[in-house]
Design a protein around this ligand. Structure first.
Ligand SMILES: O=c1[nH]cc([C@@H]2O[C@H](COP(=O)(O)OP(=O)(O)OP(=O)(O)O)[C@@H](O)[C@H]2O)c(=O)[nH]1
Length: 623
């Protein structure tokens, strides 16, 4: 955790987030914090008028939420957490506190009050350090709040209602989600954006730094606390705390801090820290040398568990079931999918721990992004690719050691088949063919818009997507460039199976599907040829045949659009793409300059590369 080593202090602790908010879970997960989600049952019913300032209300509500969870876990579940984090976000406008709307009318009242004005968003945050003494819960409470000012544009009635009908306002303070559609209502934001979304991460890290690394006597003038301390600052503040500097002593001999059970040589005679640390075990039997825990390595070690949990939940269609009906208890889901209750509960908890599900007292439910990306009918569903990853890539990767030793793909070990021709495998059985096409469709659909808009392609009247499979990119091109006619050219086995991937609402002229083999057959005529996720799969000899054919088919002024993940020049980034290489196809991933060189060899010039930030980048070159 180089960016914020202070989070490393929490690695060996049982951290609980007392919040059902998927945004808070996502913000904290994104920075690598490991925690359990236990949503609070505290009802947000404190008397607002009894608070002198709105932030006091937010802080007190956050405190009550977190305390309720700490007490419940201690008493009911006999599992005292080390740290409970609670938060509450409110909007304050015209001296009124706005929370989540209770219905659409309430959302309307809130949003019309915010229209054209500046308002404040306060998030109160509470960090409770817990311990158990003589079976009594002892707590050490730290709280703070963050204010962000947000100004809305004037909102027309039509826009207001359209936004309300989108459903987005309902679980959001003030009735809007700045991170999504609600962002369109916002003229400016002054302050921490994540505070508006529900969790002031920057202030939280500073608070942890204050708690765990209070200034040392002799170095106090060097330590700045107005920003997240730099790595250097943290290094100069190791776990060895002088008498005034440990959280324990700083907080009045509390038993809560990590240095409990750790003996330090704090300062030598010249006041310089010696940093020699002798870790002992704390009460939980965990040696508390948290700054030394290599959390990135631990995450990598656990990565396979997380992937497999996602794959299995997808395969069992758990996200589909929860999209149709939620919340649902583990037993109901187990009943529907035909699995054991205990196994299902563990899987659901794992998904909740990974931020894929929300766990509430009423049961489990999908997060917004799970509905979008993991449900098989989600708008940008990755379901197909996940199933392909489970059924095809996972078995291949279990033979990675042999693959590295032999330098070749491991189809024979994983599937008992030879790797003569990659695509023969895919198209042999109907089931495998459908799975492969669904996987390709997932990625093509998710990336289509970014690839299609990476360059202005409006000058091209005809395009031919070679190996365009289900036509996901072709449809998007025709939607964005209504004057463009797009043909998909792919193997007959693929073309015969495209019907179930066509959009339900056809708002463009139909895509033309033509069957053929781009290595051996004549290519359809076009002003723009497209090769999306093709080049990285084939060996140089095959690429030579293909690019030569395209180059010959291109008239002057025609172009070739290549959609691939482009590596940086060192070929170590993005890691996802570097890892793909380990599948050991006969092809390879390339850097920008390698694509440029390759294309120039076949007479293409003026190569432009656009890194889209999506799974595929775009390379455009002209004949
Ligand atoms: O722009 C945005 N503003 C606010 C939000 C989300 O709104 C809610 C605020 O509600 P609250 O603080 O009460 O938290 P809950 O969701 O009810 O979860 P708890 O279990 O912690 O009470 C919060 O989810 C923000 O993320 C937003 O998304 N965008």
């Amino acid at each position: 955790m180089a960016l914020s080593p202070v989070l490393g202090k929490l690695v060996s602790k049982r951290v609980v987030l007392a919040s059902a908010s998927p945004r808070r879970q996502e913000i904290l997960t994104n920075v690598g914090l490991r925690f359990e989600v236990v949503p609070s049952w505290f009802k947000e019913t404190l008397e607002k008028s009894s608070f002198a300032a709105p932030y006091e209300y937010a802080v007190e509500t956050a405190k009550q939420k977190a305390l309720e969870v700490a007490n419940r876990m201690h008493v009911k579940h006999l599992r005292t957490p080390d740290i409970v984090i609670g938060a509450d976000t409110i909007v304050s406008v015209d001296e009124q506190i706005l929370e989540k709307p209770v219905d659409k009318q309430d959302a309307y009242r809130m949003l019309s009050r915010l229209s054209g004005k500046e308002h404040s968003v306060f998030t109160g945050v509470v960090i409770i350090h817990c311990s158990s003494k003589d079976n009594q819960l002892e707590t050490e409470i730290t709280d703070f709040y963050e204010e962000t000012k947000v100004k809305f544009s004037d909102l027309s009635e039509e826009l207001l209602w359209e936004y309300i009908h989108s459903g987005e306002p309902m679980d959001k303070a003030g009735g809007y989600g700045i991170q999504a559609l609600g962002g369109m209502l916002v003229e400016y934001v002054h302050g921490d954006f994540l505070n508006v979304v529900g969790f002031p991460l920057n202030h939280f890290c500073k608070k942890l730094a204050e708690l765990y690394y209070p200034p040392l006597k002799h170095t106090i003038q060097h330590i700045k606390h107005d920003s997240i301390p730099s790595v250097d600052t943290f290094e100069s503040l190791s776990d060895g705390e002088s008498e005034s500097s440990s959280f324990k002593e700083h907080k009045g001999a509390s038993k809560l801090d990590s240095p409990s059970g750790v003996i330090y040589n704090s300062e030598n005679s010249s006041g310089v820290r010696t940093d020699s640390v002798i870790p002992l075990e704390n009460q939980n039997g965990v040696s508390d040398n948290a700054t030394k825990v290599p959390s990135k390595i631990l995450d990598l070690m656990d990565g396979f568990r997380a992937s497999k949990a996602l794959f299995v939940a997808s395969k069992l269609k758990i996200f589909d079931h929860l999209k149709k009906k939620s919340p649902q208890k583990a037993a109901d889901i187990a009943n529907e999918v035909g699995t054991s209750v205990c196994g299902t509960e563990r899987l659901l908890d794992a998904c909740a721990a990974l931020g894929l599900l929300e766990k509430t007292p009423q049961g489990y439910r999908n997060t917004d992004s799970t509905n979008t990306y993991l449900a098989s009918d989600g708008e940008f569903s990755l379901h197909g690719y996940i199933i392909h990853s489970n059924d095809h890539l996972w078995p291949l990767f279990t033979h990675l050691e042999s693959a590295v030793k032999e330098g070749s793909r491991q189809n024979h070990r994983a599937f008992g088949k030879k790797t003569e021709d990659l695509f023969n495998d895919y198209y042999q059985s109907q089931e495998v063919k459908q799975r492969f096409m669904a996987a390709m469709h997932s990625i093509a659909h998710l990336t289509a818009r970014d690839v299609a808009t990476a360059f202005d392609l409006s000058e091209f009247k005809t395009a031919c997507d070679l190996g365009g499979c289900t036509g996901a990119l072709a449809h998007e091109l025709m939607r964005i460039y209504p004057n463009m006619k797009v043909t998909v050219f792919d193997l007959p086995e693929a073309i015969a199976n495209t019907s179930c991937f066509q959009p339900s609402e056809q708002c463009t002229a139909p895509v033309t599907f033509v069957s053929g083999d781009f290595f051996t057959d004549d290519l359809p005529e076009a002003d723009l040829y497209i090769l999306s996720r093709v080049l990285h799969d084939w060996p140089d000899e095959k690429i030579h045949v293909l690019l030569k054919k395209i180059s010959t088919a291109c008239k002057p002024g025609s172009a070739l659009l290549v959609a691939e993940s482009v590596l940086d020049e060192q070929k170590t980034h993005p890691p996802r793409v570097v890892l793909q290489s380990l599948s050991m196809t006969e092809g390879k991933q390339r850097s920008g300059s390698e694509y440029k060189q390759l294309l120039e060899k076949y007479g293409f010039t003026n190569t432009q590369i656009k890194i889209t930030g999506n799974l595929l980048d775009a390379v455009l070159c002209f004949k």
